[in-house]
Design a protein around this ligand. Sequence first.
Ligand code: GEK
Length: 244
Amino acid sequence: MTSDKIYDKPSDDKPFRFNDEVAKVFPDMLRRSIPGYDATIEAIGSLAARYVLQDTNCYDLGCSLGAATIAMRQGIDTPGCRIVAVDTAPAMTKRCREILAEDDRQFTPATPVEVLRADIRDIEFKNASMIVLNYTLQFLPMIDRNALMRSIYDGLNDGGLLVLSEKVVDEIPEMEELLVDLHREHKQRNDYSALEVSRKRAALDNVLIPETVAAHRSRLAEAGFSHTAVWLRYFNFVSIIAIR
Ligand code: GEK
């Protein structure tokens, strides 16, 4: 795995972008930066085994290099399914296709994957039994989030599952400060310097816009989801499941 050294050098105050440089180091970046990332990917596989039904579609929205897609594909144990993996960044979809081709050579999977370079706001979800938004909604402009959630709800079949993982912000400023500091410490334990952490934080400012857990749950309820649960929380990173 190529190690992430992007913010080892000054970043000229450029905002964070999902480009080739990021795609090259992405698996290392996510594992060292997002507490609980591996647990989320593992759970996506287990949830796929439980919720994906025969002859339905699954969507991985903001698929990056396809980690959640591969976990879903390994979890699915029913025929006639299809996974649609969507990302808007060409560097991500290109590398994602290569990784999936390598995975195909090793496992001869039963479930086909279609990788689409597209904006998730333009996708019409159909006949879905599982939709994954693993750390993607946070990159959408706030104004577009409700409409996306409604279209996800509309595209899911009854009993279908949404996995929504997000970086969140706490309502209580003292708690937020503590959680941010615990996360900084976590990143430093994972060999990022204090300077790298602060440069990355500056680059993500206004690019990644976190909300509170309450705001996410209320959006899910407004979209129509009656059953939601936070199944994972690690500092200011959460993963929520919602069933239609
Ligand atoms: C994982 N889910 O490894 N349409 C499509 N893709 C988008 C959009 C959009 N409007 N906005 C952002 N993206 C992955 C990790 S990363 C999370 C997801 C992170 C894409 C963007 O190009 C990037 O690949 C991904 O969402 C977010 O399970 O980097 O913190």
